[in-house]
Design a protein around this ligand. Structure first.
Ligand SMILES: *[C@@H]1O[C@H](CO)[C@@H](O)[C@H](O)[C@H]1NC(C)=O
Ligand SMILES: *[C@@H]1O[C@H](CO)[C@@H](O)[C@H](O)[C@H]1NC(C)=O
Length: 366
C-alpha cells in the first residue's frame, strides 16, 4: 500500500515537473501570449508573429473589456468615428463607407471627393458619423472633448429623439513616433489643420493658449529643429490629447498646473475613454483590426484590409534622415502617447485572444 502511494506521488510529481518544463521551454512568455500564438498559427488570415510580445504586461483586463454589439440588428445605434490625423484613418473611413457587407451599405459618389449617405434600410436615420458621410460637423478632426459636446445634439437633430441612444465610438491608433514623423512630413509638404477648432468648455482655444507654430499660411519646409522646438506643437502626444477629456485639465490653459500633472491626468483620461469605446484598431495590425471589428459588431467587410509595409510609409521616409538625438527628443515629447499605445496594444490583443478562443470553441477556426 505504502509503496503504491509512493509510486503514485512520484508519478504525479514527475508529470507536474514535465508540464512545467514544457511550459517554460515551449512558452517562455506569459501563457496568454503563448495561447494566442498557438491558436493563430492555424489561421492563415492572421499572422502569428505579431503576437510575439516581448514586453511584460502592465494591465489587467476583465470580461467587461470585451465589447460585443449586434450592429446589424440594431435600429438605432450610431457608429461614431473619431479620426486622429496620420493613423490610417482615411483608409479605415473608406472601409466603413464602401467595404462593409451589409444590407444598409452607404450610397457613395465622388464629387470629386468621396461623399456617402449612410442610413438604415427604409428609414432616413443615419447610422454612421464620419467624415466621408457627414464632413466634419463637430470641426476638422474633432477630438473626444469636442465630440462629446457636439455629437449627441447633431444626431438628435438628424435622427430625432431616441430613447437610450447609443453612440458606438470607433478609432484607430498608430505607433506614436511613426505618427509624429508622418505629421512632420505633412507639414513640410504644406498640409495644415489650421481650421481645427480645439473647442473645450464651449469655446475655441485662444492664440494665447495655443500660439501658432508658424507665420503665414503653412509650415512648409519646416526643419526638424523648429518642429521639435515649437512648444505648442500639437503633434506631440496628439493621440492621448485627442482621446482625453480636456475639461479635466482646464482645456488648453496650462498655467494652473505643472506639465507633469497635466500629462498624467490626460493619459489617465485617454486610457479610460479608449477602454470604454466600442472599438479601436491599430494601424500596424490591419488584418487583426479587421477581424476585431467584424467580431465586435457582427458585420463583415467584403475585401480584406491591406497592410502597408512600414518601409513604404512617410514616416519611414523621414526616419532615415533624422539623427538619433532628434529621435530621442521626439520620444521624450511623445511619452504620453507611447504609454497610451502600450495600453492599447495590450487591450487589443486581449480582445483578439477572446474572439480567437471563442472561434475555436465554436469550431470556426480553420
Ligand atoms: C488660465 O487660467 C488661469 C487660472 O487658472 C487664469 O488666471 C488665466 O487668465 C488663464 N489664462 C488664459 C490665457 O486664459
Ligand atoms: C456578403 O454577405 C452575404 C450574406 O451573408 C454572403 O452570401 C456574401 O458572400 C457576402 N459577400 C462578400 C463579397 O463577402
Amino acid at each position: 500500500m505504502n509503496s503504491l502511494l509512493k509510486c503514485f506521488s512520484v508519478l504525479v510529481g514527475s508529470s507536474l515537473a514535465f508540464v512545467l518544463v514544457t511550459l517554460v521551454y515551449i512558452c517562455p512568455q506569459r501563457s496568454m501570449w503563448c495561447g494566442i500564438s498557438n491558436i493563430m498559427k492555424g489561421n492563415s488570415d492572421v499572422t502569428s508573429d505579431v503576437l510575439t510580445n516581448t514586453l511584460p504586461r502592465l494591465y489587467r483586463f476583465k470580461r467587461e473589456d470585451i465589447k460585443i454589439y449586434n450592429f446589424g440588428q440594431s435600429k438605432t445605434d450610431v457608429m461614431v468615428f473619431l479620426h486622429i490625423q496620420k493613423t490610417g484613418g482615411t483608409t479605415f473611413g473608406r472601409h466603413l463607407v464602401t467595404n462593409l457587407n451589409i444590407t444598409f451599405a452607404c450610397k457613395c459618389r465622388r464629387t470629386p471627393k468621396l461623399r456617402c449617405y449612410c442610413k438604415r434600410p427604409s428609414s432616413d436615420k443615419i447610422w454612421l458619423f464620419s467624415r466621408h458621410s457627414l464632413g466634419w460637423p463637430c470641426g476638422l478632426h474633432s477630438d473626444w472633448t469636442e465630440m462629446q459636446s457636439c455629437v449627441p445634439e447633431f444626431i438628435r437633430k438628424r435622427n430625432g429623439n431616441v430613447e437610450n441612444q447609443k453612440y458606438l465610438y470607433v478609432t484607430f491608433l498608430r505607433e506614436p513616433i511613426s505618427r509624429v514623423l508622418s505629421e512632420f512630413r505633412c507639414y513640410q509638404r504644406g498640409t495644415t489643420w489650421a481650421s481645427s477648432q480645439h473647442k473645450c468648455k464651449g469655446r475655441q482655444a485662444t492664440e494665447k493658449e495655443l500660439p501658432p507654430c508658424y507665420k503665414g499660411e503653412t509650415w512648409e519646409d519646416v526643419t526638424i529643429d523648429s518642429f521639435i522646438g515649437c512648444k505648442s506643437n500639437l503633434a506631440f502626444n496628439r493621440q492621448s490629447r485627442m482621446l482625453a477629456d480636456l475639461t479635466l485639465v482646464n482645456c488648453y490653459n496650462e498655467t494652473g498646473m505643472s506639465y507633469k500633472k497635466r500629462q498624467k491626468i490626460i493619459l489617465k483620461s485617454a486610457i479610460r475613454n479608449l477602454r470604454s469605446m466600442a472599438y479601436f484598431g491599430l494601424t500596424e495590425y490591419q488584418k487583426e483590426s479587421q477581424y476585431l471589428f467584424e467580431k465586435t459588431f457582427g458585420i463583415k467587410f467584403r475585401k480584406s484590409f491591406e497592410q502597408r509595409d512600414e518601409e513604404e510609409t512617410r514616416a519611414a521616409d523621414v526616419r532615415t534622415d533624422i539623427d538619433q538625438e532628434d529621435l530621442l527628443r521626439i520620444k521624450k515629447l511623445t511619452a504620453n502617447d507611447i504609454r497610451l499605445h502600450r495600453f492599447a496594444k495590450e487591450l487589443f490583443f486581449y480582445r483578439l485572444k477572446y474572439f480567437k478562443d471563442r472561434d475555436q470553441r465554436e469550431g470556426l477556426s480553420r
